[in-house]
Write a protein that binds this ligand. Structure first.
Ligand code: ASP
Length: 352
């Protein structure tokens, strides 16, 4: 009798444990689904080869990427919005001279710095963008202000600066954006341009192999918050030696930046003209929406097939509504990092 009740007890206990385990599993699933958040960033793509990178530089880039993404991750983890996470994360990179955005922006042909940025909110599909500002410390903050405090999506140049001032954003003297490294690369490109092509064929000069082989140091971030809202932002100094008020893809919604809670968020970096022609960021979302592709399938098709066939170089970081993430690029490297809701951090530079 004693042994019978022991067996029954063991059976009940194990049944109870099993039930507890499976209900825990179910609970975990709900919690995961409800609380899923994630963040992904890039700091530019291009001819980034290990053999050309000093160990010191590699560490500096990796540390800065880690610092930036952790700022956004903490915001998301503590219940903040994807908008806040994207802005703060990008600001860390804008303030670093390492990236071609904010402080480290490249120089134009006229030795100025002209900054572009954009932001999109995947819930409302509202967006803000700025092109060619010369004295706004944080172009990504300005892009968001344009979205939240104006009737417009895109402002440019002088007018955009005036708006930034009116909104109380930090204005800096143009010299704030001077870095020796960027100035030297302008001089190098201009010297090459003159000796190789002369001043006659400016268009050909602009599309010189120098550009093809350059590093695009734009920064971008896509985040999914605990409420399921996706936001994407991109900030850049554009391309070295750009002229005639050239504007790239970074401030073009659908080209350099896109977000839609129903599909995904995307931020791009690379040879902007091709990203505009390919409507790269929107195409990824559209393939998911209309062809029901996964994030990975859509980013692979758009970057490895369509962009590559056009002749464009660069990459994207993207994140879907379920928190899946994708780094996709057709260049030798892309400064990049991601963090999921478990806090798993990935920081990479080169192609694996
Ligand atoms: N996409 C940017 C542009 O064309 C450059 C970059 O990604 O660094 O302006």
């Amino acid at each position: 009798m004693k042994s019978l009740s022991f067996i029954v007890g063991v059976l009940l206990l194990s049944f109870g444990c099993h039930r507890e385990a499976s209900s825990n599993e179910a609970l975990e699933k709900t919690i995961q689904k409800e609380n899923k958040f994630a963040i992904i960033i890039h700091g530019g793509a291009g001819t980034i080869l290990k053999k050309n990178m000093s160990e010191e530089n590699e560490i500096a880039y990796k540390l800065k990427l880690e610092e930036a993404i952790k700022v956004g991750h903490t915001i998301l983890k503590t219940g903040g919005t994807s908008q806040e996470a994207v802005m703060r994360t990008i600001q860390v990179m804008e303030e670093s001279p390492l990236f071609n955005a904010g402080k480290g922006a490249v120089f134009t042909h006229d030795e100025t710095n002209e900054l572009d940025a954009s932001f999109m909110d995947g819930k409302t599909r509202n967006a803000g963008a700025v092109a060619g500002v010369k004295n706004v410390k944080s172009p990504i903050a300005l892009a968001i202000k344009i979205m939240t405090h104006s009737d417009h999506v895109m402002l440019s140049g002088e007018g955009a600066s005036r708006f930034a001032k009116e909104q109380g954003l930090e204005i800096v003297p143009p010299s704030y954006f001077y870095t020796e490294k960027r100035f030297k690369s302008l001089q190098r490109i201009q010297k090459k341009e003159k000796t190789k092509m002369g001043e006659k064929d400016l268009k050909a000069a602009f599309y010189d192999a120098e550009i093809k082989n350059s590093k695009f140091g734009t920064v971008g971030c896509v985040a999914l918050d605990k409420s399921g809202n996706i936001a994407a932002g991109t900030s850049t100094g554009g391309m070295t030696n750009k002229r005639w008020g050239r504007i790239g893809d970074a401030p073009i919604i659908g080209a350099g930046t896109y977000a839609n809670n129903l599909t995904c968020g995307v931020s791009a970096t690379g040879w902007g003209e091709y990203f505009i022609r390919g409507q790269v960021a929107y195409d990824i979302s559209a393939q998911m929406e209309y062809q029901h592709k996964s994030l990975k399938e859509a980013t692979t098709d758009v970057i490895q097939h369509k962009l590559t066939q056009l002749g464009g170089t660069g990459g994207v970081v993207a994140l879907d509504k379920d928190g899946n993430m994708s780094f996709e690029f057709n260049t030798a490297g892309m400064y990049r990092a991601s963090m999921n809701d478990q806090g798993t951090l990935i920081v990479k530079i080169y192609k694996e």
